[in-house]
Ligand binder design. Sequence first.
Ligand SMILES: Nc1ncnc2c1ncn2[C@@H]1O[C@H](COP(=O)(O)OP(=O)(O)OP(=O)(O)O)[C@@H](O)[C@H]1O
Length: 526
Amino acid sequence: MALSLAVKSAPHLCRSLPAVMNADDTLTSSVSMPAVRPPSLLGLTLLWHPDPSRAGQQCVVPSASGLLALQRHEPLFQSAGQAGAALEHRCIARAPLLIARRADDSVQLTLPDSAMSVAVDGNRLTERETVLTREQIGRGAVLELGGHVLLCLHWMGTPPVHNPLPGVLGVSTAAAALRTQIRQVAQTELPALLLGETGTGKDVAARAIHAASRRGGRPFVAVNMAALTESLAAADLFGAVKGAYTGAQHARAGLFSEASDGTLFLDEIGDTPAVIQPMLLRVLENGEYRPLGARQNAHSAARLIAATDQDLGARAFNQALLRRMEGYVIRLPALRERREDIGLLLYFFLRQWNEQNGLDVQLPVALVSALCREDWPGNIRQLGQVVRRLALMLAAGETPQLAALLAPVARSAVAASAPVPPPVPAATPKSARAKLNAFSEQTIVDAMESTGWQIQSAARTLGISRPSLYKLLETHPQIRRVETIPIEELRQALQQHATDLVKCASMLRTPGEALRRHLRVIGLLA
Ligand SMILES: Nc1ncnc2c1ncn2[C@@H]1O[C@H](COP(=O)(O)OP(=O)(O)OP(=O)(O)O)[C@@H](O)[C@H]1O
């Protein structure tokens, strides 16, 4: 089968090529290839069913005939490797809905002789025959049957495969390919570069690579390169000897040393301070680095994984470093490129929320249908946030307005302190910039305050990416860079708040993560 061939042939390829594995499970040497979904197989994935635990079950339209007669008792939908079951619900007619693939890869739907309602992408079909274009299927068409069952009609690159990996959910060809790539790269010592929009699961993938590698039981250290300050980044990463710089009262180990012979995950690699980039290149070339102020080089045995949502080829980024990081490139698909996974993920987030809250909130099928048709610019993270927020509203007896939940937000302080953060908004550069400009200085301070001065949480609350928030903080007149705060003032804050760092950060008006690191560097915190 195509998939197993690719799995066997890829390891030797990925040692010599900067490999990009696309959603169709093929390796290419270009990092800018868009995901393509060749119309090899036509698949149907259950997005929702009166028994929502069936979300993600699939069936394939037989290639030979190109025809599927879908009715209450046929065909079987199954999870790869498990027994299947038909839709078996009274809302589904016994007379078949015909799904026929045509020579030009359009698909004709013929309504059954029954009163069962059929809608496609939210529009109820009234004509007996409807043709969906190849592109519509490429985007994933959402079929609503009898008002209770939702199916996604989509192209499949390969027949469904059973290759589960903890934390990496998805039944799409792209999700299965991702798991294959994670396993594949885990067997090598190559540096890995994870590319993908915000919220597509780069952090999840990095941890999965580590866990599946021979380093699994060793340290996994993650660092957000956008959070490093230019002046202290070298000490943070490579460590420093006592007295290496003003305030360095103790020697300190850096993150390379902390990662030891495990994995160091360089998140947001595109925001690495320029001065650090050649140093990273050196580590990648020969494993050597020099702690600040040291006379001798140290050696790193850590495996490097980097991630970014930026196009590193198109910006001022050290291209030699980029080439090194591209030992093995994985492109994480956007959620809109794998709409068939939305039902499964929805169910996962809803079940998780219900378990955490001891409740049994159900989502109305019309709402699920609308969720499945969304494009999710904030990807899986945004989907999870919206599901949690919806569950909260439904549990409180409110009627959720999906449009309001999904709208890009420039929210007030009151809204920012709501229990569940708003979704990440559309990320086209223009709208993102316009939105960033829309935040008042006070809104940003309030978001920081309401999240304990944690940048990641504040960014989520504001519905923007971490790098965007870093940029806003850099120029914010009321928020201070920790290295500009006099040591005496830091000492006083620590004394006053008995080393409660959230309170210290709030008093000093500086992000908590950087404060903790700085206090360690200058020896005020163990
Ligand atoms: N395949 C998956 N299955 C289930 N949950 C997932 C999957 N991928 C990502 N998630 C969840 O989606 C959220 C975002 O994932 P993650 O932080 O890994 O994204 P990211 O690409 O690193 O985002 P960013 O670029 O903004 O840092 C997390 O809550 C994560 O658990």
